[in-house]
Design a protein around this ligand. Structure first.
Ligand code: DON
Length: 316
């Protein structure tokens, strides 16, 4: 394991991003845009954006970095931080900390493991976390807390939920409804399924651009503090653990391959975004809507692989 990663100057970072974008344009495979949420199927598969926010305060970007996209499962990082802030380690009585080795929306392990999802990032785990965030509130308030958190860590009050995406997923969320009902049967949800899923679908429908998303991840690269203001979001120990979960579970059943190729804690979303954390240095957001079979951005992963290799930013 490396002890310290080396920062890149703003100019070198910009040069690298420009080169990566040129290179990615000729990547042979594009993957398929998610269509099980009909609203996401409308997104142009040719989009590609990247932004790198550094703990020193630089923000370097390229391509479609200013265009909004649906962050989907990347929002699970923020709800995890919120749920841990609310109930601390009690969370681990209801959600595990192991990679699942199964797809993000799989139900198979829930039967053997009595309704306790393997980790906070698979859909089942994030639904339990939505239940935790909901406790003591109306769904509208819980959604407001999540949005407030994301706006706080980015220092950007313009961030909002895309209502068409939330509606689209609500109409077609058959699998998530099955997962939630199944966990309810095991007593691992404290609120009615529809209310919990209302929170879950809405946080998945938060729209952000690469610049906002890269800034949102900075507290995880900076021992839990927002660089600049130095406001504490989570403790250093909690930031380390969230990064550990992102490394081991953030790409679902491709987490091992992602660690092998990229070597950074990360979280993907079916909107085609990936947030990757370079501990001590930077937070990176890439967006390319075409997905791999595991539901992670295909070109986005390639871009991160090249970036980490060229910059020497793998943590390994
Ligand atoms: O629940 C779902 O299926 C989506 N709202 C989120 C899934 C997701 O982003 C998986 N990520 N790659």
């Amino acid at each position: 394991m490396k002890t310290a990663l080396t920062p890149l100057s703003r100019e070198d970072l910009q040069k690298l991003i420009d080169e990566l974008l040129r290179d990615a344009a000729s990547y042979p495979e594009k993957g398929l845009v998610a269509d099980y949420i009909p609203e996401l199927a409308k997104v142009d598969p040719e989009k590609l954006g990247i932004a790198v926010a550094t703990v020193e305060g630089d923000l370097v970007k390229g391509g479609d970095a200013d265009e909004l996209f649906s962050i989907q499962s990347i929002s699970k990082v923020f709800t995890l931080a919120l749920a841990l802030g609310k109930i601390g380690d009690d969370l681990w009585k209801r959600v595990g900390r192991e990679p699942s080795g199964t797809s993000f929306d799989s139900i198979v392990q829930l039967e053997h493991e009595r309704g306790v999802p393997r980790n906070p990032f698979i859909n089942a785990g994030a639904i339990v976390i939505a239940d935790v965030v909901l406790a003591g509130h109306q769904p509208r308030e819980a959604i407001g807390h999540i949005l407030h958190f994301v706006r706080f860590v980015t220092n950007d009050d313009s961030i909002a939920i895309d209502p068409a995406v939330a509606r689209s997923e609500t109409e077609r969320g058959y699998r998530n409804r099955a997962l939630a009902n199944y966990m309810q049967a095991f007593g691992n949800l404290m609120h009615p399924v529809d209310l919990v899923l209302g929170v879950y679908f809405h946080h998945c429908a938060i729209a952000m651009n690469c610049c906002q998303l890269a800034r949102a991840g900075l507290f995880l690269a900076n021992e839990g503090r927002i660089p600049g203001s130095n406001a504490s979001v989570v403790s250093p120990a909690r930031a380390r653990r969230i990064n550990a979960l992102m490394l081991t579970c953030g790409q679902y059943n491709a987490s091992g391959d992602f660690a092998f190729r990229v070597g950074l804690p990360s979280k993907s979303g079916v909107g085609g975004g990936i947030l990757a954390i370079v501990p001590g240095l930077a937070s990176i957001a890439v967006w390319s809507p075409g997905l791999s079979d595991q539901g992670n951005s295909l070109v986005g992963t390639y871009v991160l692989e090249r970036l980490a290799a060229t910059a020497g930013w793998s943590i390994f």
